[in-house]
Design a protein around this ligand. Sequence first.
Ligand SMILES: O=C(O)CCC(=O)C(=O)O
Length: 325
Amino acid sequence: MSFAIERRHRLSYETFAREYLYPCKPVIVTGALDRWKALGRWTPELFRSEFSGMKVRIKDREYGQAGAGAAAPAEFTMPDFIDRVLASTEANPAPYFRNQDLFALFPSLRADVEPMPEYLRPNWLSDRYLHPRVGSILNRGAVIELYIGGAGGSFPVLHYDGAGTHAFLMQIYGRKRYIVFPPDQERFLYPSPEKINLSLLDDAEHPDPARFPLFAQATPTVFTLEPGELLFVPSHWWHTATMLTPSITISANVLNQSNWKELVAYVSHRQPNPLAAFASRLYLTAAGARRAWRDRAWRDQAWFAPVEPAPVEPAPAAVGEGHAG
Ligand SMILES: O=C(O)CCC(=O)C(=O)O
């Protein structure tokens, strides 16, 4: 039976942490982005007019088709790119401008996506680390990323996010179909031997059964993310997306005490030398323990805060209500 994703309206941090973050269970949160100016303001047309002088570079693999080859990046003017996004179809999808550093490329848009939802905190990706290489890798993962694409375009590969991180995908404009699989279905998803978090499947919804026979045993969960919704994809959950309309999304990755052990496993698994794997496990475990102590109040909110009462839905008016007796 496939996992059914829940939609929860503006749930408290405590409820989010206890029911989804620590158990590593995906959820869609509605209403969490309501205060953002971006909702309603960000459209493909806004990017075309406000950034008309900008060049957009997109690699072939980013054209939206799984398994596309690796040709040189193509360059478009922003107005040309947006025209392609608006004309995009399943048969001829626009290039997918994805995983772009939002604040580096579009600093003027920062205020439109503030405040970031509390669910993204604490985030240890942006911490300072004693080990400079660990620090630079983790800090790179802390950027807020932007995705703009058109109907029929897709993220190029089924994957889970690197370094054991959780992903938060925040839909600003348009609609996207996501497909997700829990970590225990990995055995049906053909992880690449070189990059363990990327699948070899040629198409995550309908892979070639002759090449990928085990996929028939996988049970995907497919759902649509609507504008204004936030999707939480926990560590090690396999996922990918296809756009149903022109679409603008932003994403954030998060590491903290809820998923630090995933980072430790991910890093040591990638160390070919057992001694180096042991040393990195030791260093990261200590670094995580220090931060878990520093941020214990966040974890305690998940364990010890009172559970909020379920929101009361107004009962549908019954026929004859108010005329009892
Ligand atoms: O295109 C999307 O929305 C999927 C993004 C994603 O999964 C990623 O960047 O890791």
